[in-house]
Design a protein. Structure first.
Length: 222
């Protein structure tokens, strides 16, 4: 049986790291990417490809093309890279707003677009998986920029799923609540400072790897 290939962005730590490790455990060839990934040695890491900016079209196109060329195609694209901004709207600068949307929304759009192009050329279907959030359903206090970006990812994912069905490509997003990651630590610390919430988090895993498996073909969501 041929080995399937997965590309995971934002896999230096947190959810992306857990997804990359689980995909490796499940037998995928994997290519990982993150701005900080050179500082992290993932267990059984096979490939690491450079991506300068997830919101830059040429960078993302080259990353996906190089992954496909190196590993003989791409079967699963996990667009996990993202950022958080914990500020009320009155304190957010235009540049901060634009950065969150560029990384969290445009980055997912570019990953979907160029991975889908490769998958269609290959003619064997595939899986596109995006990083959404519970904030894509329920806006988060002090995080309007982040909440908007996750609502956009949810809408994008549902729309692209319709477009890609004819090609045998499924498109889904995972929408975790509070997950014990460095990103959540940023939120946790900020909210603790602002409104006195106690620090704490819950851990969730396994959703992305289940979607990436060959068994599920139709999911309703996110």
């Amino acid at each position: 049986m041929s080995i399937r290939t997965a590309l995971v962005t934002g896999s230096a730590n947190g959810i992306g790291r857990a997804i990359a490790l689980r995909l490796a455990q499940d037998g995928f060839q994997k290519a990982i990417n993150d701005l900080a990934s050179q500082e992290v040695k993932l267990r059984e890491l096979q490939y690491e490809l450079e991506l300068k900016d997830i919101s830059n079209e040429d960078d993302v196109a080259n990353l996906i093309r190089n992954t496909s060329d190196m590993l003989g195609g791409i079967d699963v694209m996990v667009a996990n890279a993202g950022v958080i901004l914990v500020k009320p709207i009155l304190e957010i600068s235009t540049s901060e707003w634009d950065k969150v949307q560029a990384i969290n929304v445009r980055g997912v759009f570019l990953c979907y677009k160029y991975a889908a192009q490769e998958m269609i050329k290959q003619g064997r279907g595939g899986k596109l998986i995006g990083a959404c959030s519970i904030s894509g359903y329920r806006p988060s206090q002090f995080a309007p920029a982040y909440s908007v970006s996750k609502w956009a990812v949810r809408g994008l994912t549902q729309a692209v799923a319709i477009d890609m069905a004819q090609h045998g490509i499924t498109v889904n997003a995972y929408c975790p609540g509070m997950v014990r990651t460095d990103m959540w630590e940023t939120i946790d610390t900020s909210l603790t400072t602002r409104i006195g919430l106690p620090k704490g988090a819950a851990f969730e895993n396994g959703v992305a790897t289940r979607i990436a498996s060959k068994k599920p073909q139709v999911y309703l969501g996110p």
